[in-house]
Design a protein around this ligand. Structure first.
Ligand code: ADP
Ligand code: MG
Length: 423
C-alpha cells in the first residue's frame, strides 16, 4: 500500500493493526503534515442492506469525535472513503502505546504511572463534559510521548462505532479485560464506565497484573462482574499502600461507588501522590507546548503570524515546561523517589479464600447443578467455588443423575461437559 493514496493522503508506512483494520502513516500534502490513517475493514460494512446507514452513522460519529480538541486527545482531522475503503485521518503521534510498553517489559515508576493516569483522566473529564464516552479505554489506546511527560488518548468515541449494530457477526470485538460490568451486561452506561477501565489500566501498571483475568472470555467476564480484586499493594509489595483504596474505588462494581468524574479521580490521585511522596504536581506540569492557534486571543494581541509565531509559541512552551519541571524537581529534591514496582514472585495472602471456577455444561442442557449437596443453578453455568474438592451432581428429569468428586485449583476454570444418559 506504500506509495499509494487514500483520498488526498499519501500512504508512507504502516503504524499498526487493530480490530477495525490497518493504521497507516500518511502525509497530507495540502497542509504538509504527517497523519495517521485508520482504515476500516470492509467486513464491518459488509451488510449491503444497511451499508449506507452505517456509513452515514460512522461519518457522523467521527464528526462528533472530531469536535474534541484537547491537549491529551488524539485529534481527528477528516473522514472519507476512497475506492471502497473507509478511513479516518487523525493526528499522527510519534510515541509508544502503553500496551507496547507493557509488552516490552518496561516498568514505569510510580510518578510516571500517576502522571499518566492524571492525563488520561483529564482527557476523559473533558470528553465526558462534551457528551462523549470513549468506550474502549485500554493500554493500546493510550500513547506515551517521551517519558510520560505527555500522554495522548486515541480513538475517542470510535469504539462506539463498532458496538450495537456494528458488531462483526455478533462477535465481541477485542478482549474484554478492560470492560466495565455495566458495559458487559449490555445496559446503559456513562463516563464512569471509562473511569472503571482506566482503573484496570492503573492496576495493571502498578502491579504488572490484570485485576480480572481468566483462561477464557466467559471467566474474565464472570470475574469482572463478580470478583473483588486483591488490593494492588498485596499483589506487588512495592506499590505504596495509599494507592490501594484509590484503585479499588475506581473498580467498584456499582458506578455510584466509583469516582463520578475524571476530575474527582484526578483530585484523589494528586492528593494521594502528595501524601505518599510529599510532593505536589504543579498545575501547569502537563500543559506542554500549545499548538499554534490554541490561544487565538493572546496571539492576535501579540500580532505574530505564520512560522515565526509557531516557533515563538513552541519556544515559550518548551521554556515553560522546563521551568515548571525544574521547579517541581526542586520541590521533590529531598524526597525519596519510590523504586519502580517489580512483580513480587509467588505472593499469597493467607487470609483470602482461594476461589476457582467450574464451567458446567451438559447435553441436554438445563440440568440442576448440585455442589456439595446445594443447588447452585442449571446448566450451562459458570460457578465460582472455593478451591479444593467438591461433590458435583447433575440432576435432570427423565435422565440418570450423574455424580463425581472434582478438584478445583485456585483461579482456574474447570471445564465440565457431561452427556446425561436417559432413563
Ligand atoms: N494516531 C496515531 N498515531 C500513531 N500511531 C497510531 C495512531 N493510532 C493508532 N496507531 C498505531 O496503530 C496501532 C493500531 O491501532 P488501532 O487500530 O486503534 O488498534 P488498537 O487500539 O486496538 O491497538 C496502535 O497500536 C498504534 O501503535
Ligand atoms: Mg486504538
Amino acid at each position: 500500500m506504500t506509495g499509494k493514496t487514500l483520498g488526498r493522503y499519501k500512504i508512507t508506512g504502516i503504524l499498526g493493526k487493530g480490530a477495525m483494520g490497518v493504521v497507516y502513516k500518511g502525509h497530507d500534502p495540502k497542509i504538509d503534515r504527517q497523519v495517521a490513517l485508520k482504515t476500516i475493514r470492509s467486513e464491518i460494512f459488509a451488510d449491503e442492506s444497511n451499508r449506507e446507514e452505517l456509513l452515514r452513522r460512522f461519518q457522523q460519529e467521527a464528526q462528533i469525535a472530531g469536535r474534541l480538541s484537547h491537549n491529551h486527545i488524539v485529534g481527528i482531522y477528516d473522514v472519507g472513503e476512497d475506492d471502497g475503503i473507509t478511513y479516518i485521518a487523525m493526528e499522527y503521534i510519534d510515541g509508544k502505546s502503553l500496551d507496547k510498553i507493557i509488552k516490552d517489559g518496561i516498568r514505569l515508576s510510580i510518578d510516571q504511572i500517576v502522571f499518566t493516569a492524571i492525563q488520561v483522566c483529564d482527557a476523559l473529564d473533558y470528553a465526558h463534559r462534551h457528551g462523549i464516552i470513549h468506550r474502549d479505554i485500554k493500554p493500546a489506546n493510550i500513547i506515551i510521548i517521551g517519558d510520560a511527560n505527555k500522554v495522548k488518548v486515541a480513538d475517542f468515541g470510535i469504539a462506539k462505532l463498532v458496538d450495537a449494530d456494528m458488531t462483526i457477526g455478533k462477535r465481541l470485538m477485542g478482549t474484554p479485560y478492560y470492560m466495565s460490568p455495566e458495559q458487559i451486561k449490555g445496559g446503559k452506561y456513562d463516563g464512569r464506565s471509562d473511569l472503571f477501565s482506566l482503573g484496570i489500566v492503573l492496576y495493571e501498571l502498578l502491579t504488572g497484573k490484570k485485576p480480572f483475568s481468566g483462561e477464557d472470555i466467559s471467566t474474565i467476564i464472570h470475574n469482572i462482574i463478580n470478583q473483588t480484586p486483591l488490593p494492588p499493594g498485596k499483589v506487588n509489595s512495592n506499590v505504596p499502600h495509599l494507592f490501594n483504596k484509590v484503585v479499588l474505588k475506581a473498580l467498584a462494581k456499582d458506578p455510584g461507588d466509583r469516582y463520578q468524574t475524571g476530575h474527582e479521580f484526578i483530585n484523589t490521585l494528586r492528593s494521594t501522590f502528595k501524601d505518599d511522596a510529599g510532593a505536589t504536581i504543579p498545575d501547569g506540569y502537563f500543559k506542554t507546548i500549545q499548538k499554534a492557534g490554541d490561544r487565538p486571543e493572546l496571539l492576535e494581541k501579540i500580532g505574530l503570524r505564520g512560522k515565526f509565531r509557531r516557533l515563538l509559541v513552541a519556544a515559550v512552551g518548551v521554556l515553560l515546561v522546563i521551568m515548571s519541571y525544574s521547579l517541581w524537581l526542586k520541590k521533590r529534591e529531598k524526597q525519596i523517589t519510590p523504586p519502580p514496582p517489580t512483580i513480587s514472585e509467588g505472593y499469597k495472602d493467607k487470609s483470602i479464600i482461594k476461589m476457582g471456577y467450574i464451567n458446567v455444561k451438559s447435553d441436554p442442557p438445563n440440568a440442576n447443578i448440585f455442589i456439595d449437596g446445594k443447588n447452585r443453578g442449571i446448566t450451562p453455568y459458570l460457578l465460582e467455588v472455593s478451591s479444593g474438592r467438591h461433590e458435583v451432581k447433575l440432576i435432570k428429569e427423565g435422565y440418570l443423575s450423574w455424580e463425581a468428586t472434582l478438584e478445583v485449583q485456585e483461579n482456574e476454570t474447570l471445564n465440565l461437559f457431561q452427556t446425561l444418559k436417559s432413563r
